[in-house]
Design a protein around this ligand. Sequence first.
Ligand code: SF4
Length: 565
Amino acid sequence: MRLISDSGFTTEQEVYLTAFVAGLKEGRDLMPHLGQDAEGRFTHEEEETVFGTPVDELSREERIKHAKNGLDCYDTILANGSENQFPEADDVFRYKFHGLFYVAPAQDSFMLRCRIAGGALSTYQFRGLAEMAQDWGPGHADLTTRANLQIREIEPKNCASVLMKLADLGLTSQGSGADNVRNITATPTTGFDPDELIDVLPYARAMHHYILKNRDLYGLPRKFNISYDSGGGVSVCADTNDIGFYAVRVGENDQGVEPGVYFRMQLCGITGHEQFAKDCGVLLTPAETIPVAAALIRVFIENGDRTNRKKARLKYLVDDWGFEKTLEETEKKLTFPLRYFPLEKCDAPKPKDKQGYLGIHPQTDGKNYVGVLTPVGRMTVSQMLALADIADEFGRGELRLTVWQNLIIPGISDDRLQAALTAIQATGLSHKNNTIKGGLIACTGSRGCKYAAADTKGSAVALGDHLASKLILDQPVNIHLTGCQHSCAQHYIGDIGMMGTKVKTDDGESVDGYNIVLGGGVDDQQAIAREVWKSIPATEIDSLVEKLLCAYLAHREENESFAAF
Ligand code: SF4
């Protein structure tokens, strides 16, 4: 099996050594939040407080974690599997530590959410995931907004086989759900992007493995997202993460900082709560990002709210403390001081090119990458197998998943390009940038998620087909459909965002509908979309969005983007 990144292991090993040996102080092995006592024994019930919060004040999920670490429910998975039984009560939550989501009543089955650092997969892995979707799933898989992959309709009897096969593929689903650090994202073109400042995949992978191998980094007060932006023109929505690392170049300066490529650290992005991450003033070398993130997560573990789920994300701790105290506490866990450096003294980042990765693009090595549009992230098994074959035959045996629910095939030479495009076309997918469908994002919706108030994927596909038949847009427009306030499809960052809601018709029937927000964006086009229409029946969104886009085309200034309109 080939290595995922051409940048290889040398950098990564350096990153590891820095993180483990040099960056973090010792004494961080205990997990009182998960019921580990001062001697390191797992004696859950004996603890009376969890980081100062009395056990009887813990939220329901905290009590579940405290009673038994979700990582330790594998025996239950096996026992239930032998009877083909679903988990009951608290174990439903614990299964999510292994990436297994029991999604009843939407579907009487599990959804598997993988972990794919930086969205980078070898064709061996991609093919293996297709086999899993064929053997134990519904014959298709879904790309997510964390450059990840989900497989649905898994029966209890197949859970252990699913987890073992993931391990065989060199993948895991550990910590992809519940209150854990979620899939580490990275610019999907990193390592071959001529515009980037640094290959961030080694750092995303190092972070991924650091999290996986430290049990104390599970069972946070709430989920936690980390992303690496390589400084090029392709967005990874890093500013929607709890920690967004943005590569920047620092030139000659009067601050005593060596010129070079560093990362700015942005904190507390949580767009479902209408907040982007903000620059906290800190400048980090690439290798420092791992120990600093680990230290900050541990500060969050020790001090986050464990009584109220709605206030348990990092944002609320930082709202209470401010950046200064949060960073002081982080620094106490490090062997090196944080480096403060004015943002304005860093070189201005390259503007992002919305949907710019779709289609054919040159790489640093003279070859090409092709961005493939996979509508609302869904691919059949036969499409997945064909894409793996294409990446093997014409590319470098690798695929990259994007946070925009599309994917990239890198490493195609000029002389093989046309044959590769023909092969992509034959799968029923397209490399051609479609200004409407290229930015059409939808969460699982009511066909597979109990929280959904609408069939988001169904609505999105119908909307995309309708708009494509009615108008031609020369500027990309991102449309995000999310089924509920959890905002998995991040409706607040869409040019057009929709959140599912139930709508009462005149005859009293309850039907699918959407509240519609306009004007969102990320990175240099950062904006939280504002609500414009409420309770629009799903059957009316096609004509409403069509009218909206026609009005934009009719009244915009020359080449004005929808965001600026
Ligand atoms: Fe489910 Fe809501 Fe997330 Fe959609 S946004 S997948 S409905 S939890």
